[in-house]
Design a protein around this ligand. Sequence first.
Ligand code: ADP
Ligand code: MG
Length: 682
Amino acid sequence: MAKEILNEGIRFITGIGEQRAKSLKKLEISTVRDLISFFPRDYEDRRKISPLAEVPDGESSCIKAYVITPPRLSRVRKGLDLVKFRIADNSGACDVTFFNQSYIKDTIKQGGEYIFYGKISKNGGYTSMTNPLFEPSDKGGTVTGRIVPIYRLTKGITQKVLVNSIEQALKAVREPFPDILPEKIRRKYGLMDAGYCYKNIHFPENPEALGKARKRLVFEELFVLSCALGLMKNTNAQRAGYVLEKAPPDEFYRALPFELTKAQKRSLEQAMGDMVSGKAMNRLVQGDVGSGKTAVAAGCIWFAHRSGLQSAFMAPTEILAEQHYKNLSELLGKFGVRTILLTGSMSPKAKKTAHESLEKGEADLVVGTHAIISEGVKFKNLALVITDEQHRFGVRQRAALTEKGNSPHVLVMSATPIPRTLALIIYGDLDISVIDQLPPGRQKVDTYMVRENMRERINKFAARLVSEGRQIYIVCPMIEESETMELKSALEYAEKLQTQVFPNLRVSHLHGKMKAAEKEAVMREFVAGNIDILVSTTVIEVGVDVPNAALMIIENAERFGLSQLHQLRGRVGRGAHKSYCVLFNGSSSQEAARRLKVLCKTNNGFEISEEDLRLRGPGDFFGSRQHGLPEMKLADLSCDMDTLSVAQEAAKRLLEEDPELREPENLQLRDRAFELFEMSLH
Ligand code: ADP
Ligand code: MG
């Protein structure tokens, strides 16, 4: 059946042997479907034939011309053969040279008419072409006369290999080409069928066909994603949850050392409402850095504990876990909550003790890292699972945690401010509470954009702050092209600072290549106050709380997204000390300066993210790294935002009619949606 062919490995395609299959794997191509979904990164239009005289110097073009001299082979030196001849059309003439393709001497016939495709060089009155593609003018259509796809390549894989393999793969899929979009949706939104679109996205008949193919495939991608998120939401919505005993939240409020903000209270009360409803809670608490999300989490734990039930709190790193452990055990101890820590680096014996107390119910709350979802951890009655900084956890990991208990309530907390349009899709499977207010008395972090000429002043300022007992972060941008260069940047820069600029201060560094344990060790020293200046790429942990840090210096700030800069800035200003953020602007563009000034003007994460979206488009928000969402192959949300809303709407409608996509016409869609998150099919 056609559908099975798509899931077939690529080895059965002629021309793909073991070696090529290996190389293709590097492009994440292992099945026929991967192959036909490997979309071109660009196209070359080789349909239009131009008169020689009209092609500008340096441009690639198709020329239809007669060969007017006999092709001549000459050996310039050993290992270098040339075939040369002259061609002409009505408008002019051109010399053609082929290097090391001596067979062309016998292929090309004087007096014959051919179509040539290649770059035309014009030097004074002299026109030439080197190694053009060509074919007889009466047999065109293979290398010329069509729109040709250009693919991203890897070692051992050429354009030709991809073109041939994809052509074969498309032929191997027998009609009717499997289509995951139900026909009524295609009709309603004016979308072409899958067979047409997969053919035309690779080998478009004309630009209109390419446009139609792209329109549908982008829609498909966003639609499948929306359906997957919708399905998750529906599944969760049906999930029955522990019904907790009602209680007045004041009981909790009174025990706090501070008065909660209105927004914190609202979020907690929404969560409490979920937890008495009979359905399992599935809620995101979104709040800017420092908005006090932990207190909301603590309230939920208190609430579960009141009903005699256990909670788990999962943080993305050991340091964060330890911090939360310390804060939560202190705060919740007042209510008799017994809190334990569970992290990967604990000794087997300590882990075993922790496991036992959870299983026996001797602990009410476990705070930890991924270790909590590892095999072997059992709970007596886990009713609530909280994850901090949820974008660091994949959607899948969240699912693994909920499987631990008997359908526990789930609360996720994120500090990444996301514009509403995008929040809808990124958190499409969750209900959302927003903490849109900071606790009173919070000091503003003074932010300055400076240029290199301020370097000395800033260094002096930094030294002064350290002499007053403060600590400093310096962040260098990650250099994406080369990880080794990234390593060099933080490391070398730290060395230079230590030896040349701050010989008397304690400078240390962090970079992405360090092992988790090494990173943790450095962070721990920084938390303990044993490091004055920490130089780092962006690996400094989200959410780490070092209240003594009062200055954040960001090098080449123009290379960061505004929201990311805002996150980084959130590492300072967490204590009683007046704090500062210095953005070194290494760019002379006005645009960069304008962007960075947004940060100097406001400390409000949501305002900044809206501005970021407006200035840069949503690409930055939408990487799988940040949110645990799959990467999009074709859809580019900086220009496909409209399609996103249409696709979301369509998915919503469809799920209203068929909440689990179990109708026969929707089954393929269901499969794909589940695959997208590698969820098991229940
Ligand atoms: P985040 O939302 O970034 O996780 P935290 O929960 O770590 O923020 O809170 C940041 C700091 O603010 C903590 O030291 C916390 O004790 C304090 N805090 C939280 N809520 C309030 C409040 N309503 N009033 C005063 N301080 C608060
Ligand atoms: Mg936090």
